[in-house]
Design a protein. Sequence first.
Length: 189
Amino acid sequence: MSNFATPETRFLIGATGSIAVTRLPEYLGALRTAFGGSYTVLMTHTATNFLSPHAVGLSAERVIAREAPEDWPTDKPSRLAADHDIVLVLPATANVLSAAAAGAAPNRLTTVLLATERPVLFFPHMGTAMWRNPAVRRNVAQLREDGRIVVDPVEHADRDVVTGVVATHPALREPDGVVTAVRPALAAS
Ligand SMILES: Cc1cc2nc3c(=O)[nH]c(=O)nc-3n(C[C@H](O)[C@H](O)[C@H](O)COP(=O)(O)O)c2cc1C
């Protein structure tokens, strides 16, 4: 276990609507093995289309997956921001990069991203053309200028199920790569 995280380190994982979110339980396991701590997973509505919050609940202390007013007393954004030590947006869509770079707060996760004063790391996963798009490049640069950490994706080969063609695209790092990226942020926090 790392010296940098305490057993009480409270992780907030913002899970967004990338296909890569289907692997989230694996990442939660790797983070817990490396750092201990407790894990709240805050899923966007789109993320819940890819992965059931109930399945995520098997790997996390808490899962928040709704925007309902009855959740406000416990899950209002300012409280979620205050109650966690570090935020990982994993995986991060082009959409959440855009909202965060603009300071927009259209949902609970993006509101927490505005409200937190803790370290925030984004782990993007998207197609090659999207990642190269000037708008995405601008958003990544803006987030870095604002002090957020955007962890560059790695090239990953996937086979298209219809055409059978294998193509690479910028992908969320493997779990050990995510652990490696988180360690210095924890040390500095
Ligand atoms: C099958 C499918 C896969 C997707 N995968 C990605 C992805 O890997 N990265 C990405 O940026 N957007 C992806 N999208 C688009 C996002 O789901 C869409 O932008 C959504 O509005 C994101 O919402 P969120 O950021 O609030 O979760 C995908 C959409 C579909 C239908």
